[in-house]
Design a protein around this ligand. Structure first.
Ligand SMILES: O=C(O)C(=O)C[C@]1(C(=O)O)C=C[C@@H](O)C=C1
Length: 298
């Protein structure tokens, strides 16, 4: 039976995400304390894959996830899920006063206005996940948790408020990671991701991005993170539409490989929403034209 690690404990949004990506009855789900810990289990061969949050529509990237993708042995994204994120504020039955609130940093950022308005005096403590926060409430270590309705039911907590979110329609993207493998077959609505290490020369980033732009490939996300080797030294995370087997994407990746000090391929996988678009298939037949020149044609 395949073993899949996820950001636990049971009841996190990440568990809900992994359940949409794999058949939960056909795999063993293994909770891990943090995204890097889940990813390390894959690197050590102790699980077959890991599901971790990577991006929130409100808070942007999940730094621990993307840093762990850029360092250590390479892992590859093979699938993604995008889930709507709505929080419940959970307390033990009979709670009358809330002096302490526990939650995950991304959840805190998504409910800060609500917390200020409704539980202004309460002290906020950050936890490794929303489910860990709910476990703290059940164990009496906190008065309230910003968490999921599901985990509240599991732990016998009651909701002080449901559907709490400063920003309506917030979503989080989760990815399923494995050791390097042949990417899933292209679907026509795929996403490709790389991490670039660029020389510190004028125009290095803009020329790297131009390799995508000139080929009509849509850049869907760009992120920079410090390499931690000195001030002002960053690596860049680029997501674009298309699949490594699309000739234009392959050409762009080859060009990036020539231009950059290092390119780490993070995978090509089916996009969760079809808005990922497609990459033009070389409509002018330019590749065939060049190939023909070698044979004296054209
Ligand atoms: O704590 C959880 O339930 C998670 O799955 C993590 C996570 C995140 O890292 O963004 C997922 C979605 C919410 O935005 C809050 C927390």
């Amino acid at each position: 039976m395949q073993r899949i690690a996820y950001l636990g404990p049971a009841g996190t949004f990440t568990e809900a995400a992994v359940r949409t990506l794999v058949d939960p009855d056909a795999v063993e789900l293994v909770p891990a304390a943090t995204p890097p810990a889940a990813m390390e289990l894959v690197r050590q061969g102790r699980v077959d894959a890991a599901c971790v949050p990577i991006e929130s529509s409100v808070e942007g990237p999940v730094p621990t996830t993307i840093d762990a993708l850029a360092t250590g042995t390479r892992l590859q994204i093979v699938a993604e899920a995008v889930l709507p994120v709505r929080f419940s504020v959970l307390v033990r039955p009979g709670t009358t006063a809330v002096r302490t609130v526990h939650t995950h940093p991304h959840a805190a950022a998504q409910v800060q206005q609500w917390l200020a308005a409704e539980l202004g005096g309460a002290v906020l403590t950050l936890t490794s996940s929303t489910a860990a926060a709910a476990e703290d409430v059940a164990a009496g270590r906190a008065d309230a948790a910003v968490s999921t309705a599901l985990v509240g039911e599991r732990l016998g907590l009651v909701a002080l408020a449901v559907d709490v979110a400063d920003v309506r329609d917030a979503e989080t993207r989760f990815v399923l990671l494995t050791t390097p493998c042949a990417p899933p077959e292209p679907t026509g609505h795929d996403r490709t991701s790389v991490v670039l290490q660029l020389a510190n020369t004028p125009g290095a980033l803009v020329t790297a991005m131009a390799e995508l732009a000139l080929r009509g490939i849509d850049l869907t996300r760009i992120e920079s993170r410090p390499t931690r080797t000195g001030l002002g030294t960053y690596r860049f995370f680029l997501d674009c539409t298309g699949h490594v087997s699309d000739p234009l994407v392959a050409e762009a990746l080859a060009a990036l490989h020539r231009r950059c000090e290092d390119v780490r391929f993070l995978g090509s996988w089916p996009a969760a929403s079809p808005d990922a678009g497609t990459v033009p298939p070389d409509p002018a037949g330019s590749r065939g034209w060049v190939a023909g020149l070698g044979g004296g044609r054209g």
